[in-house]
Ligand binder design. Structure first.
Ligand code: ADP
Length: 734
């Protein structure tokens, strides 16, 4: 923007090509208004001369001295102001004009002094010569410098910065010139100045007039006068100077006549015009700097606002980062929320903060954690229905809510459950959903006693915090749930193990203590049988037979139960055991049965693995024995094999016996559970239960695959390594 440009016409119209508003006037009139002023000034001055010509006026030396003293003062003011202007903004026009006027002030002063009556006698020339010539000196000096000021501008415009003339050389040149004139007048006798024989009595006045004219034409062509106030007044000053020289002074016939004094007056007017221009220029500069200042201030405050916003944004990001860190720092829900509240409070004021989780089945919300002022009946852990609560609304809309409550009437219909909070003094509310996997799992709320405290900015930020912590709230909930389940499991396991232990103890004690009386019953019934067989009648024989049989069976059962309880109650160390060896021992123990039934018992290669060998012999013996016992029409064929399966060995004891119905495949592993009449297949029903407990003690599993009449395959697994060993190996690997 160019300050000081004053187009009197509408620039929009100009852009549209409509042009000057006075376009329709004759061409001549289509001049800049200032050009009219110049023309008017010129014409009125010329007319003034015509009117005044012939007026009989006679001034005096004193008047002249006073006028020139004034001129000196004026020129000095103009010069100094110009130079000040030059130094505030380096512009060569001001440098030359400033220098010109300072020099002129000196010459005018000199002129005033030398032409005063006091000094008249000191100079070699008569006043009739001294006065006009010393006047001319000042006029020439000024007109030349004004001309030079324009010429310097054209040079600078042509050559740019390299065309600039240094101020020092200007000062020196001007100083030398001024001093030279002083000397000249002081020492050189001057020729006459008045030539009454010519039409122009003082033709020498045309020399400064010529320079004024060139400068005037130059400045007019420069055109800055159209918008630059200073140059406008300078042009006016040049017109006055030119007219003063040509029309008035050149016609002055004698000292102090009308032309002489009007020319002196016009000189001061021309100085005043430059002074006016300077004043305008300075005024404009001040206005401009004020404007720039205000722009700057606006910019600064804008920047400050920006900085504040930026700082706020940084704080928000930091808060979010911090909440994220806190949320994932711990699974302890109370610890997480405590630190979270402290962080949030840094940016969002509140009197209460709470987090509740939603129970969709019950249609309730459960405050998990509440910090801040107490609302009666709203403690953490106390369920609240979703309907009629703020949390309920958040769940329904799945969006954050900001609420301002001025009176109870505001909420009694829509949020009746918020009334206790209102009664506790809370007025402003924000509630945001905790969204996790497209699901509102809970609601995060802040409340304040101060009405109108919350803004959209708070709502947005709080919502972002909600999004940030939703995942961890969910994890914390899951974690808490997991902990609860785990604790229950531990408790149940402990109870189970205690009752197992008690049971085992009981089984052991019972079987052990029962053995003795049972042995007595068995031996005495056997004695009875031997002594009184066939003596007490046939019924007695049968009864005694039952008693002996029952006692024997019970003995067998108790023995098996004792063996079983021994395995259940103790944990023998596992040692590397060659299963082929175990197989051989078991088959050896079963030799009688094998021989009797004509069974064929075979095996693949069997591994060596950590086991309690005695117990493992019993397992093999039980499974192979069952294969022999539960044979069908064919002689029994039993095959034992083992294959690697991950870090276990998978064993299979396969037979061609009677098979088992699918529905009984689990029941047969329960103690005392049998599928057959003992007269057909004797047994106690402890064998498979024993196998199960041994295998599980070794860290394996046992099951059966079978079809009736198609034989059975009993599978069991045994780990390749002991649990401790594999744990320590895993640790070594890690
Ligand atoms: P017991 O053999 O002393 O009856 P077990 O616990 O060894 O007790 O077996 C339980 C029941 O499982 C047996 O009564 C029998 O009905 C069934 N069973 C076990 N092994 C086999 C097998 N190889 N083939 C068919 N049935 C079997």
């Amino acid at each position: 923007m160019i300050w000081g440009v004053k187009y009197p016409f509408n620039s929009t119209l100009m852009k549209l090509g409509v042009g000057h508003p006075i376009l329709r006037l004759p061409y001549l009139l289509r001049l800049h208004p200032r050009a009219f002023v110049y023309a008017l000034l010129f014409v009125s001055l010329s007319t003034g001369y015509v009117v005044l010509r012939g007026v009989n006026w006679d001034g005096s030396t004193q008047l002249h001295t006073v006028m020139e003293s004034m001129a000196c003062l004026l020129a000095m003011v103009v010069g100094v102001l110009s130079l000040v202007r030059f130094y505030s903004k380096k512009n060569n026009t001001f440098l030359f004009i400033g220098t010109g006027f300072v020099g002129t002030a000196m010459l005018d002063g000199y002129h005033a002094v030398v032409t005063s009556t006091i000094f008249a006698s000191q100079f070699p020339s008569a006043p009739a010569s001294l006065i006009p010539w010393s006047w001319i000196a000042s006029r020439v000096f000024l007109s030349v410098l004004l001309f030079v000021s324009w010429a310097a501008w054209t040079r600078e415009a042509r050559l740019g910065d390299s065309g600039r003339i240094g101020e020092l050389s200007v000062y020196i040149a001007a100083g030398v010139l001024t001093l030279a004139s002083f000397m000249f007048f002081a020492f050189v006798p001057l020729p006459r100045a008045y030539y009454p024989e010519h039409f122009f009595h003082r033709p020498e006045e045309f020399v400064p007039a010529l320079f004024f004219l060139i400068a005037l034409v130059g400045y007019l062509r420069k055109s800055h006068w159209k918008y630059d106030d200073f140059e406008h007044w300078l042009v006016m000053s040049l017109i006055v100077g030119f007219v003063g020289q040509t029309m008035f002074m050149s016609f002055s016939g004698t000292l102090f006549d009308m032309e002489f004094d009007v020319a002196h007056l016009l000189k001061k007017v021309s100085y005043l015009f430059v002074l006016t221009g300077l004043m305008w220029n300075i005024y404009r500069t001040f206005r401009q700097s004020e404007y720039h200042q205000s722009l700057l201030e606006a910019e600064v405050s804008e920047r400050q606002r920006g900085e504040v916003a930026l700082a706020r944004q940084a704080e928000e990001s930091e808060l979010l980062a911090q909440t994220g860190r806190i949320a994932s720092s711990s699974l302890d829900i109370n610890e997480v929320y405590g630190s979270l509240a402290t962080e949030i409070l840094k940016l969002i004021p509140f009197d209460q903060i709470n987090i509740s989780v939603i129970d969709y089945e019950k249609g309730t919300t459960l405050p998990k954690w509440v910090l801040g002022i107490d609302v009666p009946g709203r403690n953490s852990g106390k369920e609240i229905p979703l309907a009629g609560s703020l949390a309920g609304e958040v769940v329904r809309t799945q969006s954050p809510i900001m609420l301002e409550v001025a009176s109870e009437a505001d909420i009694e219909h829509r949020f009746p459950l918020l009334v206790p909070a209102f009664n506790a003094g809370l007025r402003a509310f924000i509630a945001v959903p905790l969204n996790h996997r497209d699901h509102v799992i809970g609601v995060l709320q802040i409340r304040s006693k101060e009405p109108g405290i919350y803004t959209q900015v708070h709502l947005d930020l709080f919502n972002r915090i909600g999004n940030q912590i939703a995942g961890s709230v969910d994890s914390a909930e899951l974690y808490a749930e997991g902990q609860r389940v785990e604790a229950e499991l531990i408790k149940t396991t402990e109870e189970l193990s205690r009752s197992n232990q008690e049971l085992n103890q009981f089984a052991h004690i019972a079987s052990h203590d029962l053995q003795e009386p049972l042995r007595m019953v068995a031996s005495y019934t056997q004695l009875l049988e031997r002594r009184y067989k066939d003596k007490l009648g046939s019924d007695a024989n049968e009864f005694i037979g039952y008693a002996v049989e029952g006692a024997k069976r019970m003995q067998a059962q108790i023995n098996d139960l004792l063996a079983y309880s021994r395995v259940a109650g103790q944990r023998a160390p596992l040692e590397a055991t060659d299963c082929a060896n175990i197989f051989n021992i078991a088959v050896g123990n079963l030799a009688a049965g094998i021989e009797e039934s004509g069974a064929v018992v075979t095996r693949d290669q069997l591994p060596t693995l950590p086991a309690d060998s005695l117990q493992l012999v019993s397992v093999f013996q039980n499974l192979i024995g069952n294969g022999i016992k539960y044979h069908g029409d064919q002689p029994p064929r039993i095959h034992v094999s083992a294959v690697e399966s991950g870090d276990e060995w998978l064993f299979c004891v396969d037979d061609n016996g009677i098979g088992i119905e699918f529905e009984f495949t689990e029941r047969i592993f329960v103690i005392f559970q049998r599928l057959h009449d003992r007269t057909k297949y004797p047994g106690t029903g402890v064998g498979l239960a024993f196998c199960k407990i041994v295998i599980e003690r070794h860290g394996g599993r046992i099951w059966v695959e079978s079809k009736p009449q198609k034989g059975s395959a009993f599978y069991f697994t045994l780990p390749m390594e002991t649990q401790e060993k594999s744990d320590s190996m895993a640790m070594n690997k890690a």
